[in-house]
Write a protein that binds this ligand. Structure first.
Ligand SMILES: [Zn+2]
Length: 116
């Protein structure tokens, strides 16, 4: 174990169901949400979240967890449409805070040394 600083920062995320003027078809209700911290997804006790919209949202989350450039659409766009084209539900991804992690605690792959 090195004394080298191996910390990095990720955003904590909240993904919340937002209603539109179209009815929601899937089993998600306005205000339902889940949160992501590092690799851990959590949701309120007893609440469920349908797998089809979850599958559509998941690929975006690692990018949203990381710092992005101000002009990048990933920075500005936060509403994801439900993949069911008949469903009016949106999923709003909000960065709720920053959390610090240590490289050595999340992977066994060593950091490269400065002269590598
Ligand atoms: Zn839906």
């Amino acid at each position: 174990m090195s004394d080298r600083d191996d910390t990095f920062t990720l955003y904590d995320l909240r993904v919340e169901v937002v209603a539109t003027d179209r009815p929601m078809v899937c089993n998600h209700r306005e205000g339902d949400y889940f949160e992501l911290s590092g690799e851990n997804l959590s949701m309120p006790t007893g609440q469920t979240f349908p797998i089809y919209p979850l599958a559509a949202i998941l690929p975006l989350l690692p990018a949203k967890q990381r710092e992005t450039e101000p002009n990048d659409w990933m920075t500005t766009d936060m509403d994801i449409a439900c993949p069911d084209s008949n469903c009016g539900g949106l999923f709003r991804i909000t960065r709720t805070g920053k959390r610090t992690f240590r490289h050595g605690e999340v992977t066994l792959v060593p950091l490269r040394t400065a002269d590598a």
